[in-house]
Design a protein around this ligand. Structure first.
Ligand SMILES: [Zn+2]
Ligand SMILES: [Zn+2]
Length: 269
């Protein structure tokens, strides 16, 4: 019998194997860490026994999905409704029957896009549960896919249009293939950026940050931050939904990004 093991520290699911993988490359990487008690593994079935997902409407057309109690990195995923079908933005490891039912009630999932490998988690399970929804990842992060699957579609270049007027924008930094999602009609038409870890919405949600590693406190350099700002420049947005629950910049987000980058640059020069 084989199991698609899940890393307890980052939530990544691996291709099925009889024994747990020897290590998790995502946690061995200098941006992450192996837990203080050493590498540990779980399975989707085991995870579902003691965890559940909370689904919360953030604004019309946008729902967050978050696992409780805390598991792995603790990020939230988002279900974004569009007239051309729903997109799952980022991902959480737990997918159970209650979540599948709730997401079906909200219109299901037509496509999946994930900011970077820290949130790849069980993306293949989500795709399989929702009609083989295509998973849009940036090709520069191909090496970090731990469970390869034909439903994963790697794209390259600076931007990619998705159904419903959504746009993926490539903003390398935290990861080479980092992508953010622009939702032009969000925030009452003022525009929304779903940013995952970059820019990271800070505890003081009037600010964002730009790190190579968040848990290990390694900042990005000035050049990378300038490039991220340049690439975000064409996109109009007033609100940013960050990776973690309640980490939302509700208004004037474009100004927030600019002044946060200025503050950050001063700190690292
Ligand atoms: Zn891991
Ligand atoms: Zn990350």
């Amino acid at each position: 019998m084989t199991t698609a093991f899940i890393c307890v520290t980052c939530g990544s699911q691996f291709a099925s194997s009889a024994e747990p993988p020897p290590e998790c490359p995502i946690c061995q990487d200098s941006r992450q860490f192996v837990g203080l008690d050493g590498q540990q593994w779980t399975s989707l079935e085991e995870l579902a026994r003691q965890h559940h997902n909370m689904i919360h409407q953030e604004e019309p057309g946008l729902y967050s999905i978050h696992t409780e109690p805390h598991f792995a990195i603790g990020e939230r995923a988002f279900l974004l409704q569009t007239p051309q079908g729903n997109l799952l933005w980022d991902c959480v490891a737990l997918l159970d029957p209650a979540t599948i039912d709730a997401v079906h009630d909200l219109g299901g999932i037509a496509g999946i896009a994930i900011s970077h490998p820290h949130y790849y988690t069980t993306m293949v399970e989500w795709s399989l549960a929702f009609g083989n929804a295509p998973i849009h990842l940036h090709a520069a992060d191909l090496e970090w896919v731990m469970r390869p699957h034909s439903n994963i579609q790697h794209w390259s270049g600076n931007s990619r249009n998705l159904p419903g007027g959504l746009v993926l924008c490539h903003t390398p930094g935290h990861f080479d293939g980092f992508q953010v999602l622009h939702w032009p009609s969000g925030a009452g038409g003022k525009g929304v950026l779903l940013s995952g870890d970059q820019p990271q919405v800070c505890m003081d949600t009037r600010w964002v940050s730009f790190m190579y590693s968040y848990p290990n406190y390694v900042p990005l350099g000035a050049k990378a931050i300038e490039e991220i700002l340049n690439r975000l420049d064409p996109y109009k947005f007033d609100r940013i939904y960050g990776a973690f629950p309640k980490r939302t910049v509700f208004e004037e987000a474009k100004k927030v990004v600019k002044r946060s980058a200025e503050r950050f640059m001063k700190a690292i020069v």
